[in-house]
Design a protein around this ligand. Structure first.
Ligand SMILES: *Cc1c(COP(=O)(O)O)cnc(C)c1O
Length: 349
């Protein structure tokens, strides 16, 4: 979900933006009004994430998967292989795509300890120091695994797919070479992606790279080499403003921790629901859980939908349930879910 306040503002100015008598969708991306919007959005994002001056912020097209291709093509000239953490289906997708452009080495993956998923800490000795880059995904939505322990890769550039937990908590941008995120979880509508790239990495693209994916070209044209997704960028800008009004990333991180803690507590105390991720790697964005037997899954889905609680079905690869509680989900939504879950458990134990 997107913040209701943002949707209402967009609705109110849908036909007439800034008294121009037109929608923001209908004005040129080269107009001074739109350029001001674009610059403000970038500035707000920079403030929210404390992005250092030696990083470019790009508003790109093609979502998260677009960057699965763009990253290897932009860094290919640094080396002919890259190292990867394989921790779930998103990192797997990134590896598969990168494999079209360079050799891919998986250096670590999920380790099951006492039945719970964990991810090992990465040290430079595990990394091929000739690698073009190291890639990992900081939040695997399907499995509900979040990695907050940033891999230590020595001097090899670290690339992270932060699609599903960007802006959910403070991060130290300087630890990364490239941060990318499809917009549709915590930023705005799908299709847009945000790329934060350290400026010494702009000159390593393979010559065959499609121009609109080329970070250096994108940066040179302030993300307007081709017409950007103007309406998505506008909505992202409204979300950044909303986030600042909430007190910024630190304040939303507190709320996110509180929301996730409520849900995991409900699961752990139930003697009914089961989450199989180690406490250190439990996602604060996607809480996954299983019912005692799969026959109950359909009943849980039907009853929860009747209670107005939607989109709880787990990914088809893992089954069970998944509650996605991104930034815009209010705590009331989580309280309604835990109330329903307790009641459901009581009735079906
Ligand atoms: C949602 C998500 C994506 C999605 O990519 P799209 O191309 O925008 O569909 C990629 N990576 C992660 C980690 C995600 O959570």
């Amino acid at each position: 979900m997107l913040p209701t306040a943002v949707m209402e503002k967009a609705q109110a100015e849908f036909l007439d933006w800034q008294s121009l008598g037109r929608s923001v969708m209908e004005i040129s991306h080269r107009s001074k009004e739109y350029i001001a919007l674009a610059e403000t959005a970038e500035q707000d994002l920079r403030e929210l994430l404390c992005v250092p001056a030696n990083y470019k912020v790009l508003f790109a097209q093609g979502g998260g998967r677009g960057q699965f291709s763009a990253v290897p093509m932009n860094l290919r000239e640094r080396g002919d292989s890259a190292d990867f953490l394989l921790t779930g289906s998103w990192s797997e997708g990134a590896i598969k795509e990168a494999g079209k452009f360079l050799k891919t080495n998986v250096v670590a993956g999920v380790v099951i300890q006492d039945g719970l998923s964990t991810v090992p800490h990465i040290t430079p000795s595990q990394i091929d120091q000739k690698s073009a880059y190291v890639h990992y995904c900081s939040n695997e939505t399907v499995d509900g695994i979040e990695i907050n322990d940033i891999p230590d890769c020595g001097d090899v550039p670290l690339v992270v797919d932060m699609s599903s937990n960007i802006l959910s908590q403070p991060i130290d941008v300087s630890k990364f070479a490239v941060i990318y995120a499809g917009a549709q979880k915590n930023i705005g509508p799908s299709g847009l992606s945000v790329v934060i790239v350290r400026d010494d990495l702009l000159d390593f693209a393979m010559p065959e790279i499609p121009t609109f994916l080329h970070y250096k070209t994108m940066a040179k044209h302030d993300s307007m080499y081709n017409t950007p997704p103007t309406y998505s960028w506008y909505l992202a800008g409204l979300v950044f403003k909303w986030l600042k009004e909430q007190g910024g990333v630190e304040a939303i991180a507190k709320k996110n921790a509180e929301k996730a803690a409520l849900l995991y507590k409900c699961i752990d105390e139930s003697g009914f629901y089961l989450n199989k991720v180690h406490a250190d790697f439990r996602s604060k964005m996607n809480v996954t859980f299983h019912l005692p037997n799969t026959d109950l899954d359909a009943i849980f889905i039907a009853e929860s939908e009747q209670a107005g609680l939607t989109a709880l079905k787990g990914h088809r690869n893992v089954g069970g349930m998944r509650a996605s509680i991104y930034n815009a989900m209010p705590i009331e939504g989580v309280l309604a879910l835990t109330k329903f879950m307790r009641d459901f458990a009581r009735r079906h134990k």
